[in-house]
Design a protein around this ligand. Sequence first.
Ligand code: SAH
Length: 235
Amino acid sequence: MNRGKLIGQVITAGRKRVSRVSDHFETIRERMVNEQLLVRGISDLKVLDAMQTVPRHLFVDDAMRNRAYGDHPLPIAAGQTISQPFIVAFMTQLLSLTGSEKVLEIGTGSGYQAAILSRIVEQVYTVERINGLLAGARKIFSELGYYNIQAKLDDGTMGWPENGPYDAIIVTAGGHKIPPPLIEQLADNGRLIMPVGDQHLQVLKLLIKTEGTVQITDLDPVRFVDLIGEHGWPN
Ligand code: SAH
């Protein structure tokens, strides 16, 4: 069986075709899904479909559009980075989303991770501490019609208590510990994923909350930009 082709068809099946004009980047995205995600064990169809759908090249600088689907992170404004496609898919898959969830993201950055989540779940809340990045992300969300994302400027280590509890929380910057407010704002049976370590290297930690108790599993080593704030690194 031609596995790549079969999965490619499944991925395309649920997608709305708004235009017959073929998207130049669509083919490149499909290659990204096949060569970077499927072969490395991303098997959640909702995640694969979102990665195939969201136009990642719109979340990076014009000058970097041609590198947007490469197997690496890329710089965005203010010295921050948009994660490697595989990391975005891997972290999203670890949240085990079914579609009805309310998810909180800390570290909006380019907005790409929030955009991926918004194609999978009902409602996404995302917090960013740098105004320029937040403004850019909001603009793309509105241009793409991703209306189920709410973004605010704040210290995300405090969470976003007004809208909690959240079924899932994803932190896309590295801290020295999981911020306690985030654990508080996680719903029962909720899952939280976050890179924890020093400012050079972290390990992805998956926290699962069950009847008030938390279980934490260490996963792969990763490298993220700093989580800066009350429960993160000092500014
Ligand atoms: N998820 C982003 C990745 C951005 S990099 C994307 O898909 O592009 C991490 C981001 O976390 C940076 O934009 C940084 O400014 C932000 N950040 C760091 N500390 C933060 C905090 N305490 N609250 C909110 N955002 C924070």
